[in-house]
Design a protein around this ligand. Structure first.
Ligand code: AHR
Length: 506
């Protein structure tokens, strides 16, 4: 099977905001406890943080990490996580039916972010709490000493403000499962008044209002319209969430999922434009896709804990999806979507980062390893920075019920002008046939292959484990040929590839 792709240096979608390669850590399951934090672990640093995990996180060069939730934040008291650890209360976490020891709070998380070289993106509780607590939290984190919250932060060991820019105004407030769930009007009003107060403190904050939890939500996309009508002049982004699943084990349908993701983004972008026009506004709100990933492998086994059958355990295994090779293709396609939609998606967070639906897994007290999905994220984060090109691809397609015609090839291309490189991320959705791809690099010359990485496996269900961590891993590709302004690559059935070429312009 053959495909052709035109990459023209003048056909540009957007400069990519590197924050589309962000991640998320919630006080949920073992994400924090025995994930990033485990004071008794042999690799623990002076703050009790696992150095083996920090190294794997650093490997992804994650620009920012959203924290502390998720559903957890909607009944969280941030004050429980400050001050002497032995005095911090253990609370019941209503979102996940567990106990929260509060041994990790904002100070510990901030120190960890410094260790791994990432920025904080924080969420305030607009579920069980409101404007006042949100304002206090922001002042505690960013306020000057010489005022109440700044002085308390100093007393707790940190004199300098952290100057966190990105703030989520609640989490998934459209979801009936959310503690403090609201209608779009109720939430829109609260978000707008909270944003006003936070801006009175610091007008340069980047504020994110909740959009839909999924495009299957009954309130989508009316939710976005109503919320934006309340908040258009006071927020910077509207947040979207979406998880992919393959319960019926239908790979062609599963791999078509990012076409839905793309339509979801386009619809919300259109809704933003509608509200912008209606308000006669000059402001441009954009999208923060701050939860996305595959989530379904663990759903059944978690039921008993979520239903309270185990009482209130502290940091039990929850949402521990073990990803397979098929999920590499899915995550690769989703990342391609974020590159192709980089004109409107300015932030995105893979949910989550460690143990909980995550690319990194740990054993309590033991080993840590890369899940299969670590790799497409790694390649995109490392090499998908620069300018997204508006590729024109021609390729045979297949039909998926309720979605439509799906091309076998999913491709995104990024130019890094400073480095003189073009990078292509390619997925062959076809499980039967190889796909020969001819890329025409218009406006470039002297193309030379710098790197070619391939992920393929004869078993879609193959996984990585602590004992066999490299079962699904990239290998050096062969047979990519670059010449002048042409590049050709062959994609084996069901494969993910990254090809980087150096080019001169002209
Ligand atoms: O990431 C897991 C959960 O998914 C988050 O807590 C919530 O925001 C979403 O429903």
């Amino acid at each position: 099977m053959r495909a052709s792709v035109i990459a023209n240096r003048d056909y540009v979608i957007s400069e990519i905001d590197n924050r589309i390669y962000g991640a998320f850590l919630e006080h949920l399951g073992r994400a924090i406890y025995s994930g990033i934090y485990e004071p008794d672990h042999p690799t623990a640093d002076k703050n009790g943080m696992r150095a083996d995990v920090a190294e794997l996180v650093r490997g992804l060069d994650v620009p920012m990490v959203r924290y502390p939730g998720g559903n957890f934040v909607s009944a969280y008291n941030w004050e429980d996580g400050i001050g002497p650890r032995e005095q911090r209360p253990t609370r019941l976490d209503l979102a996940w039916h567990t106990s929260e020891s509060n041994q990790v709070g904002i100070h510990e998380f901030a120190d960890w972010c410094e260790t791994v070289g990432t920025q904080m993106m924080l969420a305030v509780n607009l579920g069980s709490r409101g404007l006042e607590e949100a304002r206090n939290f922001v002042e505690y984190v960013n306020g000057p000493t010489g005022s109440y919250w700044g002085d308390l932060r100093k007393k707790n060991g940190r004199a300098d403000p952290w100057y966190v820019k990105m703030w989520c105004l609640g989490n998934e407030m459209d979801g009936p499962w959310q503690i403090g769930h609201k209608t779009a009007d109720e939430y829109g009003r609260l978000a707008s008044e909270t944003a006003k107060a936070l801006r009175a403190f610091d007008s340069s904050l980047e504020l994110i209002a909740c959009g839909s939890s999924h495009s299957n939500m009954p309130t989508y996309p009316e939710w976005e319209r109503v919320v934006l009508e309340h908040t258009y002049e006071t927020v910077d982004h509207i947040s979207l969430h979406m998880y992919s699943s393959n319960y019926d084990k239908h790979t062609p349908g599963y791999l078509a999922h990012n076409v839905k993701l793309e339509a979801y983004i386009s619809t919300v972008a259109a809704t933003i434009d509608y509200v912008k026009a209606k308000k006669r506004s000059n402001r441009q709100v954009t999208i923060a896709f701050d939860e996305w990933n595959v989530w379904y492998h663990s759903r059944k086994q978690d039921r008993a804990i979520l239903d309270g059958k185990h009482g209130w355990p502290h940091a039990p295994a929850l949402l521990e999806d073990i990803y397979n090779f098929e999920d590499v293709l899915q995550v690769g396609c989703c990342l391609n979507t974020f590159i192709r939609k980089s004109d409107v998606v300015k932030l995105a967070c893979i949910a989550q980062l460690v143990n909980v639906i995550a690319p990194i897994m740990t054993e309590p007290g033991g080993r840590s390893w890369k899940q299969t999905t670590y790799y497409p994220l790694y390649f995109a984060s490392m090499f998908g920075r620069g300018r997204a090109l508006n590729l024109v691809a021609r390729c045979p397609s297949y039909e998926v019920e309720l979605i439509g015609e799906i091309p076998y090839l999913d491709v995104a291309g990024v130019e890094n002008e400073a480095e003189g490189t073009l990078t292509f991320f390619l997925v062959n959705r076809n499980g039967e046939e190889e796909l020969d791809v001819e890329l025409s690099l218009q406006g470039y010359r002297d193309a030379r292959v710098l790197e070619h990485q391939v992920m393929t496996h004869d078993d879609l269900n193959a996984v990585n484990t602590a004992a066999n961590p490299d079962n699904v891993a990239p290998r050096q590709g062969r047979g990519a040929v670059a010449e002048e302004d042409k590049l050709s690559v062959s994609l084996p059935p069901h494969s993910y590839q990254m090809v980087r070429v150096s080019v001169a312009r002209g």
